[in-house]
Design a protein around this ligand. Structure first.
Ligand code: ADP
Length: 201
């Protein structure tokens, strides 16, 4: 069965057609990359799946359910952005568990999840640092850990390597490959062919 399905999805802003009659079928556990030039509608498609934008027409289904009117928080997706979007005044650990605190997840559970994701992304020794004391690649690892800590079934990543040099980018791609091997369904957007090609090694 298809896990994520877009049926004739379009998104318009006035006369701008960002996405037109798009049909996509993604299976559970797939690692999918949207590759294309700037402005072709990749980010918009990702944001529509996340629920950060509403479709103009068409249907988005996740796990067999139409989610057109479902809040982002209830779609079981987590998003990673090019800009990392970390809180500068919080340390790494606090950034990672911020969403769990908001959702009033109990402290022991928060700490257990923090330890687990910090190990997966390789941040165990940096938990007390502030984002300003980290490299770009380390900041993106914090953002990925923050997405993972919610235990989402789907990870959506919008140009996650866009601000990183190529060696660091490949490190982040290795991390996504590891997450894919752990069973996550991942959709990533990039306009860089070498990044997309690297994921297919
Ligand atoms: P990509 O991710 O492939 O670079 P986008 O999905 O960001 O492309 O954008 C697709 C088109 O939609 C572009 O023409 C862009 O200018 C337009 N667009 C994106 N977001 C908005 C918005 N919030 N308002 C108006 N136009 C937008």
């Amino acid at each position: 069965m298809n896990y994520i399905q877009l049926k004739d999805v379009s998104k318009y802003w006035g006369t701008t057609k960002a996405v037109e009659n798009l049909n996509i079928e993604i299976k559970k556990g797939e690692f999918v990359i949207f590759l294309g030039p700037s402005g072709c509608g990749k980010s918009t498609t990702l944001r529509l799946i996340a629920g950060l934008e509403e479709v103009s027409s068409g249907q988005i289904e996740i796990d067999g359910t139409n989610v057109n009117n479902t809040d982002p928080a209830n779609r079981n997706v987590s998003m990673v952005f090019q800009s990392y979007a970390l809180f500068p005044h919080l340390n790494v650990a606090e950034n990672i568990i911020f969403g769990l605190k908001v959702r009033k997840v109990e402290k022991n559970e928060r700490n257990a999840r923090l330890v687990k994701v910090a190990e997966i992304v390789g941040l165990e020794d940096l938990l007390m640092r502030k984002p300003s004391e980290l490299s770009g690649g380390q900041r993106q690892r914090v953002a990925i850990a923050r997405a993972l800590v919610n235990d989402p079934s789907i990870i959506l990543a919008d140009e996650p390597t866009g601000n990183l040099d190529s060696k660091t980018s490949y490190g982040i791609m290795d991390l996504f490959t590891e997450l894919h091997n752990r069973g996550n369904t991942i959709i990533m957007v990039t306009h860089e062919e070498d990044i997309a090609a690297y994921s297919k090694r």
